[in-house]
Design a protein around this ligand. Sequence first.
Ligand code: FAD
Length: 218
Amino acid sequence: LLVKRGAAKGRYDQDTIEAILDRALVAHVAFATENGVFCTPTLFARVGEMLYIHGSQASHTLRVLQAGAACCVTVTVMDGLVLARSVFEHSANYESVVAYGRFTTVEGTDERLEALRAFTDKLIPGRWAEVRPPSEQELIRTEIVRMPVTEASAKVRSGPPDDDETPDAELDVWAGVIPLSTSFGMPVAAPGLRPGISLSESVKRLVNGHGPGPRVEQ
Ligand SMILES: Cc1cc2nc3c(=O)[nH]c(=O)nc-3n(C[C@H](O)[C@H](O)[C@H](O)COP(=O)(O)OP(=O)(O)OC[C@H]3O[C@@H](n4cnc5c(N)ncnc54)[C@H](O)[C@@H]3O)c2cc1C
């Protein structure tokens, strides 16, 4: 499981791995069945060393995972484009995690609620406390599975291009990093939102707290 190409970018400590999992919004879950190889994009959340995904009872992916299929989960955060003087040295700044394991079904109501809270508050911190909790029926219709993140590696690239100290630095070509960030835009109210309902505090914090994007009134 050691990172071989670009080995210096490999990280194996749990803190780094968990921090990347918490930053990333989407995971790709890959698995093989007798019908072929699949790779499903999905939201996910982390609680401790457990990675949770959820979906409907009808989900093919969840059914295969619940049956104990070996799988590989990857997450990626892109932080920038790295422009060098040569095509060859161009790169990207990123943080990524690759984890191997098997998912099991989460049965207990407390853990299921905790996982759903983690999904919600990961994306919109504080939202769980503002909205109606899941009903018993909604809980029953939601499948939740968990995988311990114990066999995992991270890979991280940051900083400028690698050709500053090479003969290419003599070329008259701009080189450097173009940062790339994910930000939230101005919230758009649901067409059916009743008049007079102001933005939730969690939404204000989310929109105002991320990068140079728009700001909503406090
Ligand atoms: C950002 C993001 C977040 C998501 N979050 C969740 C989540 O939290 N929970 C959840 O259940 N689902 C989520 N989905 C949808 C998920 O990717 C699957 O479409 C869904 O879970 C159904 O899975 P399935 O195995 O039943 O697919 P099936 O409907 O059985 O898929 C049949 C075939 O359709 C194609 N297909 C399936 N999904 C996609 C897709 N997303 N894009 C393109 N082709 C596809 C593939 O060829 C697949 O083999 C998310 C998708 C995205 C892009």
